[in-house]
Design a binder for this molecule. Structure first.
Ligand code: PMV
Length: 311
């Protein structure tokens, strides 16, 4: 029997993410480009006096995630509460459940004076993500663990490569008013693709070609080229049935406001749109906000993700 873990109060953070190109096709064996953003989740583990009980969690699935994190880290019986904070919109395709998993694992490991490697953390976070999303590719947990801009392939085995950009990339994220359900959207596209592979597989291959071209555009700092590829990616996501009139409207609004490109980001069916401003993000943000849209700016590839803050 694993002895009771001695915990001390500890906090850790993990980043949210945007998928630049390649969501959904990444579930079907193709690459995606994903980037950590400087919004995320902070988890604080607050130990209780005596060991032996179960962790406190109001939400059943969160309770399962906490229990699984405890087991994955090999901790014995322990009693604690978790406090979750953050500035990452939830249910918007910005990787909030993966960020929660990574921050929880980091905080719990720090609390028990463990130091798992990032590779272990990413693998554990992928396991926890399965509780929330069924069969996730691992793109969210990988981005949340390592940050930066990554080329990602689900494998198995998972493969990721850090893409070092010649200059930081400003983006604008516009939120729809509709939360999305990743497993439902992924599942229904999987069913459509299984029923008519001759129709869907060529579209997935076309998206993969956009992802490869976007990698070259990123390295060349060719923002006009990258924007065009993003907008094409949106068109193909729409063709696959994962966009909504609201997301299409946000894409059109961003393009009309001068964005170099725009697309839904994440699973779709709701969630957020990612737009590439032509220069600093201020004017695009101002125009979208004046039209009543909830949006924020982020900078991709600015600096390596800072290690989790632990107090
Ligand atoms: O959960 P979301 O909205 O961040 O979507 C993740 C990206 C998908 O490719 C749609 C699913 C996956 O597991 O890769």
């Amino acid at each position: 029997m694993v002895p009771a873990a001695k915990l001390q109060r500890a906090s850790a953070t993990a980043a949210g993410k945007v998928i630049l190109l390649g969501e959904h096709v990444v579930v079907h064996g193709h690459p995606a480009i994903v980037a950590g953003i400087d919004r995320g989740v902070r988890v604080t583990v607050v130990p209780h006096g005596s060991a032996g009980g179960a962790p406190d969690a109001a939400d059943a699935r969160l309770g399962q995630a906490i229990g699984l994190a405890t087991r994955l880290l090999g901790l014995g019986p322990c009693q604690f509460e978790v406090v979750i904070e953050g500035d990452l919109p939830v249910g918007m395709g910005l990787g909030s459940s993966a960020a929660l998993a990574v921050a929880l694992l980091r905080a719990l490991a720090a609390s028990a004076a463990r130091a798992p490697s990032d590779d272990e953390l990413a693998a554990h976070a992928h396991e926890i993500e399965r509780l929330f999303h069924g069969t996730p590719s691992g793109v969210d947990s990988t981005a949340s663990t390592y940050g930066g801009v990554l080329w990602f392939e689900a494998g198995p085995p998972v493969r990721y490569e850090r893409l070092l950009l010649p200059a930081p990339l400003p983006i604008v994220v516009a939120l729809s008013k509709t939360p999305h359900a990743t497993s439902q959207t992924v599942g229904s596209l999987r069913e459509r693709a299984a029923r008519a592979p001759e129709v869907y597989q060529p579209v997935f291959v076309a998206v993969a070609a956009l992802v490869t071209a976007a990698r070259a555009a990123l390295f060349a700092d060719d923002r006009a080229g990258l924007g065009a590829l993003m907008t094409m990616n949106h068109g193909l996501l729409r063709a696959c049935g994962v966009s909504t009139p609201e997301l299409d409207g946000l894409v059109e609004a961003a393009l009309a406001a001068g964005a170099l490109g725009a697309k839904l980001t994440g699973a779709g069916g709701g969630g957020a749109v990612l737009a590439l401003p032509d220069g600093p993000p201020g004017p695009l943000l101002a125009t979208l906000r004046a039209a009543g849209h909830d949006c924020f700016a982020a900078t991709l590839g600015a600096a390596p993700a800072s290690p989790a803050a632990v107090r």
